[in-house]
Structures are given as C-alpha cells and as structure tokens.
Design a protein around this ligand. Structure first.
Ligand code: GAP
Length: 434
C-alpha cells in the first residue's frame, strides 16, 4: 500500500468510527483543527493517563501541576518567546499563499512553477489576544505556546508548598497554541494542541547524566505501550537547530506514512528560564540546598511530548490490514492500556430474551471495572469486524449454550482465538489478560 493511501485510510477510519472529526465541519471545516469523537477522546485520555502514571504516580521525584493558559505577558518577554519564537515566512505574489521559508521545497502548491516569493520575514507564532474589554497594547497577552512556562513561574510555589528537595520534576498536561504557518498531516501539526511536559530541576553537575536518563526512559515509554521498535528512533539536534534556551536536545521520532517526524523532544534547558524569570520578576528563584550549604539556579531537563502526535502515532502503528477467508480484515492492534474499549459483550441472538438478559447482566457487572460496550445491532461476524476496527481487545459472545453451561466465548482481537470461559470467572480472566 502506498504511504499516502495508508494515511487516507486512517483518516477515513477515524471519521467513520468516531475517533477524530474535522472541527466545525458543518460550516465547511476549520483548517487543521480537529475534534476527538467518542472513541478518540477515550484513546487520548488513555495516552495521557499512561503518561501521568509513568512520570508522576510511579515516581517519587515528580509532582503534577495544572497552570492556566493565559499568563502575564511579562512571562513571554522573560522566556524569550516575544523576541525569538518565530518562523521565517515568505508570501507568494502569484498564489497568495504563505510558506515557511525553510519548507519551500516541500510546499503544497498547485502552481509551483509560477511561485514568486517575497523576502523572508519573521513571523511570531504566538496567538495574540486581549484581556478585558479594551483592545489596546496594555491589554495584549498571548495563548501559551508551551505549557513549560506555567511550570517555571510556579517553581517556587511548588517547592514551598511541598517541602521537596531537588532533584524534582514538575509535570503538566495541557493545551498550547501556535499560529503555525504550515499546519498539516492530519493532527500532526495543528495550531491548537496538547502537550505533556516535565521540567526536571536538578543540580547543574547532574544535568548531562539526567538528560540521558530521561531520553532512555521516554523512548522506553513508547515501546512499553506497544509501539514498533523499528519505527522509532532518536535524533540529536545539531547546534544550529537548538531552541534559544537549549544546550542540547534529542528528539524521539516516529516513522509516519509521511516520513520520520518528531513525537517528543528531550532538551537540556540549562538554568535559562529560572534565571530569566528571576531577573524579570525580581523574585529569588535560586534553590537553597541547606545540607550542602549551596545556593544555585538548577538546570532543567525537559521531556516535552505532544499528546495529539503520540495519539496519532499509536493509531498509525496499530493499523493492521490482512486477508482473512478471502475478505479484508482491518484491526487496530492497540495496547490494552490504550484501547478505547477493552471488552464488547455481544449476544448471538438478539431475539432470545434470556440470552439478551444474560449478556446485559454480564456487561453491567464488567463495566464496574472494565471499559466495555454492549452491542446487538448486527450479525456476529459484523459485530466482530466493528470491534476489531476500533481496537477492542476482547469480544465476549453469549450464545444459547451459555444459558445451559454458564460459559461464554471470549475472542481475542489479534489472534482471533476463541476460548470458552465461565461467566463466574470471566471478569477475573479478562482483568488478568488486560
Ligand atoms: N517546551 C518545549 C517545547 O514546546 P517543542 O519541540 O516546540 O518544545 C514539544 O514542542 C512537543 O509538542 C513536540 O515534540 C510535539 O509533540 C508537540 N507539538 C509542538 N508543536 C505542535 C503542533 N503545532 N501541533 C501538534 N503538536 C505539536
């Protein structure tokens, strides 16, 4: 299958089965803005939960935060975003489109040959808005372009309120906004997106080693959630690619159908941000190590990933097509931790009242502990195909024999292997498999 075709199939599946819809579709759609449907929101929540569990709940040295999107505009002066956060853009006098000057070769333009570009100009990527009713310069602020600054400005609050010692990480998941010149590739590059970021504060002497540990740890996270190893790689940034605040950065990249692209960057931000905020705010943001009798600005290691990008990569990676008995079978081989629905309970005959009653009872019992659905709206073959296509890990089929022997058929998604399991032991069986 051509790569373009794979992507088209995934986009179409996402719409057809309620993972991702185009924003404002009934008004013709808003370019590069997407809404997560009933299954998409479950998948995305599972990605975020897996991340939070891995970086906050199962560690001793990271705590969480949820800072606001709107912040004092001074934050962006201090962080350097007002001055430095821009792409160089050019306008085409012929087709009237705007492009990033470093992406002219790959530009999507029907009249390529006739393009006639202006000089490159810096274009700040922050979304400007006004606080309050008066739209003057004093009221200008921005939608945050990264969640990170919410963490830096709360560094002191978190330390003072938790009495923690360094090294300490602060993790946050939240929306960020960038007025990207060339968004695209479905949910890969959008103007509104979610980030999952950690700012890990450590002693400058520990920063290099700590950077490597986070690179390894974050790479492993994708593998633990079932991502294909051969489609993941690390790429170290050359010096001329580093952001204005970074001393070093490695990206975790995934091989999407549209090529190798960044999922997450793990940067050494040095003490840049804390020093800047200390200078701009006048607050003392040095860390006082009372045991060592040392005061210093900690260095910061920042693993910064995109929720939407990770979700898209998991979807792409899970997409599987095969021939089964002369028919094409599509399945999403998502890790049970990520699958939006873990179990579907399906009665074989919807006209048999006892059978439906038993199936409903099973679903009611399972739903207390497992995300599951009940479906009797089609013949069993079709129900299986529907569930495979959305990545449901197990189908539980209740048939006439179940009424006699108290057993149901459990079908596993990837192998399609079927097993008879007693209704009594069903939940335990499924929980152990999931
Ligand atoms: N605080 C550091 C920072 O924001 P970044 O490399 O600009 O670094 C981090 O962004 C991650 O956020 C990226 O690896 C990507 O996953 C996600 N991201 C950035 N821009 C995005 C966009 N326009 N659309 C979707 N995700 C984006």
């Amino acid at each position: 299958m051509e790569n373009k075709e794979v992507m088209e199939k995934i986009v179409s599946l996402c719409k057809r089965r309620g993972f991702i819809f185009q924003s404002s579709e009934i008004y013709g759609g808003l370019a590069s803005a997407w809404d997560y449907g009933p299954l998409g929101v479950e998948l995305k929540r599972n990605v975020k939960e897996a991340w939070w569990k891995s970086v906050v709940h199962t560690r001793e040295d990271v705590v969480g935060l949820d800072a606001s999107i709107l912040m004092s505009p001074k934050v962006w002066d201090a962080s350097g975003h007002t001055e430095n956060f821009h792409d160089d853009k050019v306008d085409c006098r012929y087709c009237k489109k705007r492009f990033r000057s470093d992406q002219l070769e790959e530009r999507d333009c029907k009249t390529r040959e006739k393009c006639d570009f202006t000089e490159a100009r810096a274009f700040n990527l922050m979304f400007k808005t006004h606080l309050g009713p008066v739209e003057d310069e004093k009221a200008v602020t921005y939608l945050r372009p990264e969640t990170a600054q919410g963490i830096f400005v709360n560094f002191k609050n978190v330390l003072d309120s938790t009495h923690r010692k360094l090294p300490l990480g602060i993790a946050q998941i939240g929306k960020s906004f960038r007025n990207e010149i060339t968004p695209g590739n479905f949910t890969f590059r959008t103007r509104e997106f979610e980030q999952m970021e950690i700012e890990y504060f450590t002693h400058p002497d520990q920063a290099e080693a700590c950077h490597q540990q986070w690179i390894d740890e974050r790479f492993q996270w994708y593998l633990d959630l079932g991502m294909t190893k051969d489609r993941l790689r690390l790429r170290k940034h050359p010096d001329d690619e580093l952001a204005h605040y970074a001393k070093g950065c490695s990206d975790i990249e995934y091989e999407f159908p549209f090529g190798w692209s960044e999922l997450e960057g793990i940067a050494n931000r040095t003490d840049f941000d804390l020093k800047q905020h200390a200078q701009f705010s006048g607050e003392k943001l040095q860390y006082h190590d009372q045991v060592a009798g040392e005061k210093y600005f900690p260095f910061v290691i920042e693993p910064s990933g995109g929720v939407d990008r990770a979700t898209l990569a998991f979807l792409v990676d899970a997409y599987h097509e095969e021939e089964v008995e002369g028919r094409s079978r599509v399945s999403l081989r998502l890790s049970p931790k990520l699958a939006p629905i873990k179990v579907a309970v399906l009665p074989l005959l919807k006209k048999n009242v006892d059978l439906v009653e038993l199936a409903r009872r099973i679903k009611k019992d399972l739903q207390k502990d497992i995300v599951c659905v009940y479906d009797d709206t089609a013949a069993i073959g079709k129900l299986y195909r529907r569930q495979d296509e959305v990545g449901t890990c197990f189908c539980v089929t209740v048939d006439v024999d179940s009424l006699e022997d108290g057993q149901v058929t459990v079908r596993e998604r990837d192998s399609m292997k079927q097993e008879r399991i007693s209704v009594e032991g069903l939940k335990e069986y499924l929980m152990s498999k999931l």
